[in-house]
Design a protein around this ligand. Structure first.
Ligand SMILES: [Zn+2]
Length: 248
């Protein structure tokens, strides 16, 4: 319920009668607009300024609102590097993918270029950047491995790209699974391997979820590294099954 309330607040952009708050806002002549360079890379540098409307200077009390309550201008995200906050979601590994998808669609409908066709160039640019950011965030939140990596980073436990795992038994098991995959063209064997690997992925997702819930980030990280191996094999199997026309 709490989450839903937050989302409701998120979309309650103004007290006006217009549900989507797209009315008005023409002729933004204020020089404040010129203050900001509008590129994706500059979202982060705008963070401290994002607590005020870039156009009219009004203090943004609810920084999750997309639009300024006073002048209706689209605002830059306050924390562009936090994908959970962009979606008004709790910073938790276990998320409702249907809810994520619904929020994504709503956000993209608010940020659709058509909605800004009569707006200033500045707002067009903010909306385009915002929309790209939402796509990127969605792609990261949607995939459990990417979501876990992002969450670890937010919690100050960044995973290095080349981080290895110190577990010889596990490494041996993965090597054997990959060899099994390399050595077969038999469709049924591939399907069996696919099921087996997907089960492993499901189990590890549960373990990662438990670790995050317990706040055990070291262990979460350990499982996330393991997950990378299973995910990599999963990608290889899927690619082969696609080649064979077994899956889309
Ligand atoms: Zn404003």
């Amino acid at each position: 319920m709490f989450v839903f309330n937050r989302i409701r607040t998120f979309y309650k952009v103004t007290n006006c009668k217009c549900k989507f708050n797209y009315h008005t806002l023409n002729n933004p002549t204020t020089s404040l607009i010129k203050k900001y360079p509008y590129s994706m890379n500059n979202f982060a540098s705008q963070r401290s300024d994002s607590k005020q409307c870039w156009k009219c200077g009004l203090e943004r009390k609810n920084t999750e609102n997309l639009f300024c309550k006073e002048c209706n201008a689209l605002q830059n995200p306050v924390e562009p590097n936090n994908y959970f906050k962009l979606f008004s979601l709790e910073e938790e590994f276990n998320i409702d993918s249907k809810q994520l998808h619904n929020i994504y669609r709503k956000l993209q409908s608010y940020l659709h270029p058509d909605k800004f066709s009569n707006k200033s160039d500045e707002e067009k640019e903010i909306s385009a950047n915002y929309s790209s950011l939402i796509n990127k965030a969605y792609n990261n939140l949607q995939v459990p491995l990417k979501r876990a990596v992002h969450l670890l980073q937010l919690k100050g436990n960044k995973l290095n790209e080349d981080q290895k795992i110190d577990d010889p038994d596990f490494l041996m098991e993965m090597m054997e699974l990959n060899e099994e995959f390399d050595d077969t063209d038999d469709v049924n064997k591939l399907k069996d391997l696919d099921i087996k690997n997907k089960n492993q992925l499901e189990n590890i997702v549960k373990q990662i979820d438990e670790c995050f819930k317990e706040g055990n980030l070291t262990q979460a990280k350990f499982y996330v590294i393991k997950m990378k191996y299973y995910a990599s094999l999963n990608n290889r199997i899927n690619a082969r099954l696609r080649e064979l026309g077994i899956v889309d």
